[in-house]
Design a protein around this ligand. Structure first.
Ligand code: C5P
Length: 327
């Protein structure tokens, strides 16, 4: 991590890996006449609001149950979906407006359903994943035909973490995290995530990082050479030993209880333990799939986490599913 830039962001060098926890978003056109008021007046499309997007949120319970042994079903769904915003402050809704603006679309009404499988308010980029998915979904729904470069540009306007879920896989992020280069790695990695009660504000964690770094010379982001070489080798042990997060001390300062969570995972056999992003989720790397199952069960049994999830990576980024396979 580098020092604070004049634009309020930090220069980062970060390795991102997409894992098999998914949100499903459904974008449906609404006939504008069905939005007519009781007096027969139609919806008002103004220059400021040339389209109308409504949003609904559903939890994991609304999704078809996963096949036995599939990922992400170690503990019951949490009930935190109520914190997902349903207005313009939802990143996925903003994504729809950006697609409309870029493609010159007016007079369209649509409904967006977010089926949450990614833990909410956990620092696992669920909102960013929804925004990336909304970009491709509305591009398809409205036949906008935006090219990849435009979608990536819209994603980076929505947030530093939005271009990555558009791409998926494993990537090196630079700049404020939005400039991506594919990482050619090998191997499949089995992760266990321990979720914590309550969120941690990303700006607050970065501010704490600045406070902790005060007075120390910061030249630029730490290179991620050890992680890149581990990914090339495909060795989970090597990757586990190389994991480091410069934001972790700041997250631990703001949430000291996470230290116990990290220690518990290591005591239970994790080969790597790290705060995920700006927290409060802790990520553990397991040696293989079987080890991830027993680590998840033991962590859940210890009661140090609100919930525990398993996932493997890398997986693909946002994809449009054929209507028949959408739930
Ligand atoms: O880009 P995004 O809006 O997701 O960033 C949220 C906040 O996280 C920023 O306002 C900033 O405080 C912090 N941030 C940062 N450096 C980055 C990315 C995010 O300081 N590289």
């Amino acid at each position: 991590m580098g020092p604070l830039r004049a634009d309020g962001y930090h220069e980062v060098t970060t390795i991102l890996q997409a894992v098999s926890l998914y949100d499903e978003i459904t974008a449906t056109s609404i006939p504008p006449e069905s939005l007519a008021g009781p007096d027969g007046s139609g919806p008002v499309f103004t220059d400021e609001d040339p389209i109308i997007v409504t949003v609904g949120v559903a939890g994991e319970g609304a999704r078809p149950s996963s096949p036995a042994g599939a990922d992400g079903d170690d503990t019951p769904a949490e009930s935190s979906i109520s914190v997902v915003p349903t207005g313009r402050d939802n990143l996925a809704v903003r994504a729809a407006y950006l697609v409309a603006e870029a493609a010159g679309i007016h007079g369209e009404a649509a409904h967006l359903t977010l089926s949450k499988g990614i833990p909410v308010a956990a620092g696992m980029a669920g909102g960013s994943a929804d925004a990336a998915a909304a970009l491709v979904a509305f591009d398809a729904l409205w036949g906008a035909g935006l090219d990849r470069a435009t979608l990536v540009e819209l994603a980076s306007r929505l947030g530093s973490d939005v271009p990555f879920p558009l791409a998926g896989g494993t990537a090196l992020g630079t700049g404020r995290g939005e400039q991506l280069t594919d990482v050619l790695g090998r191997g499949e990695y089995h992760w266990v995530f321990a979720l914590a009660d309550g969120g941690l504000s990303t700006p607050a964690v970065y501010a704490e990082f600045d406070r902790l770094a005060e007075g120390r010379l910061q030249t630029g982001p730490t290179p991620a050479d050890a992680v890149l070489s581990a990914l090339r080798s495909g060795s989970p042990e090597e990757l586990g030993a190389a994991l480091v997060n410069d934001l972790q001390p700041a997250a631990l300062r703001l949430r000291p209880s996470l230290r116990r969570v990290l220690e518990s995972g290591l005591e239970l056999g994790a080969i790597g333990a790290i705060v995920s992003g700006s927290g409060p989720t802790c990520a553990f790397l397991a040696r293989d799939a079987a080890a991830s199952v027993s680590l998840a069960a033991s962590l859940a049994g210890m009661g140090v986490a609100r919930a525990v999830r398993r996932a493997q990576g890398p997986v693909a980024g946002a994809q449009v599913l054929p209507p028949s396979s959408a739930s």
